[in-house]
Write a protein that binds this ligand. Structure first.
Ligand SMILES: O=c1ccc(O)c[nH]1
Ligand SMILES: [Fe+2]
Length: 352
């Protein structure tokens, strides 16, 4: 199906209104040649209709000669903005940046946010944006879960497949994504609806067994066989299984950087409009597959960069791995049981 221009403008008006855009605001549309033109036009029109002062910052795209694939999360850290202080100043002047080219996991993004500028990332296809249009209930549910996560000292993840992963917490903040950037200095991503934190450095340990159907990004693949990750002192030390384990090992080895095995963000999905099945209906280049990161009740595990929270690992290799049917407990209290959200009650979607 395809969203028409008029609908897309209305969707952006709704999300920019939730992002506190009004006649008092300046909005920068950040783009490059690979941005979705429909998204750029709709974001511009919507911001103008809300009375904001709108301008565009177009950056020549950046390609790293060792990057593989078109998914912007496959090679993190350096972006088209890296080493361009004039463009960064132009962006920091805005109240809100609609990012259609992706600054995520870059030090520049953190520098911009520190000035109080808000950033809303929007790089998924318009049809995915439409299906996961955010609302204030999403925000309430994600914040309810965040209130529990930010107090937690230990996250434990187990599963029937054999996972038993423990991550001491507290060194890093809890990050929420509910789909709109409504607070000064906030980064958010439309679409989303999940939350995460990072394990205390060098303390995560145990085993994660990726079961059949679990999702590996940026490969955009559903695992067809089990892959076992052994984690010691905050790093993945062994990856074993069959062909898919070999593929993951070879891919990560390619970067020749020990930091790629560090644990990045860990959390769980709270977006009922995100679907585990959606990735199978899209081409790999359609977007970054936020359905996988946000689907309700997933355990989202990731490896690589932790610059987003002031960590020192600026490695370009970032794996986002979404597991189904896990139990996630915080200090012994389950928040997810076999892939269904069980607590806190205010974070649950009323089934029915
Ligand atoms: O929304 C996102 C997207 C990618 C990622 O790695 C984290 N959050
Ligand atoms: Fe990630």
């Amino acid at each position: 199906m395809a969203v028409n221009e008029s609908q897309l403008v209305q969707l952006f008006e709704q999300v920019l209104r939730l992002s506190k855009v009004d006649a008092s605001q300046s909005v920068a549309i950040l783009k490059s040649h690979y941005s979705d033109a429909r998204t750029v036009r709709a974001a511009t029109d919507a911001a103008l209709r809300l009375g904001a002062k709108v301008y565009a910052v177009e950056l020549p795209s950046f390609n790293h000669p060792r990057a593989m694939g078109n998914d912007m999360t496959a090679y993190c850290g350096d972006t088209a903005l890296t080493g361009n202080p004039a463009a960064q100043r132009a962006l920091e002047a805005a109240d809100l940046i609609v990012d259609t080219m992706m600054l995520l996991h870059s030090p520049e993004q953190e520098q911009i946010l520190k000035t109080g500028t808000r950033i809303l990332l929007a790089v998924e296809p318009p049809e995915v944006l439409a299906r996961m249009l955010p609302n204030s209930e999403d925000k309430a549910r994600v914040l309810a879960a965040a209130a529990v996560l930010e107090q937690a000292k230990l996250m434990r993840v187990t599963s029937v497949a054999g996972s038993d992963f423990r991550a001491p917490l507290g060194q890093y903040p809890t990050v929420t994504e509910y789909g709109y950037a409504d607070e000064p200095g906030r980064w958010d991503h439309w679409p989303s609806g999940f939350l995460f934190t990072w394990p205390n450095e060098e303390q995560a340990e145990g085993v994660l067994v990726l079961d059949v159907g679990d999702i590996l990004l940026p490969f955009k693949s559903y695992a067809r066989e089990r892959i076992t990750l052994e984690i010691e002192k905050g790093f993945v030390t062994r990856i074993h299984g069959g062909f898919e384990a070999e593929y993951l090992r070879e891919y990560m080895k390619y970067f020749k950087d020990p930091d790629v095995y560090g644990i990045s963000h860990i959390g769980w999905g709270l977006q009922p409009r995100a679907q585990w099945t959606a990735m199978g209906l899209h081409d790999k280049n359609d977007g970054m597959c936020m359905d996988a990161r946000a689907f309700y009740g997933n355990f989202l595990f990731s490896t690589g960069p932790n610059t987003e929270v002031g960590g020192t690992r600026k490695t370009p290799c970032h794996m986002d791995i979404a597991l189904r049917r896990c139990d996630i407990s915080l200090d012994g209290q389950r928040v997810v049981a076999e892939g269904d959200v069980v607590a806190p009650e205010a974070s649950r979607v009323r089934q029915g």
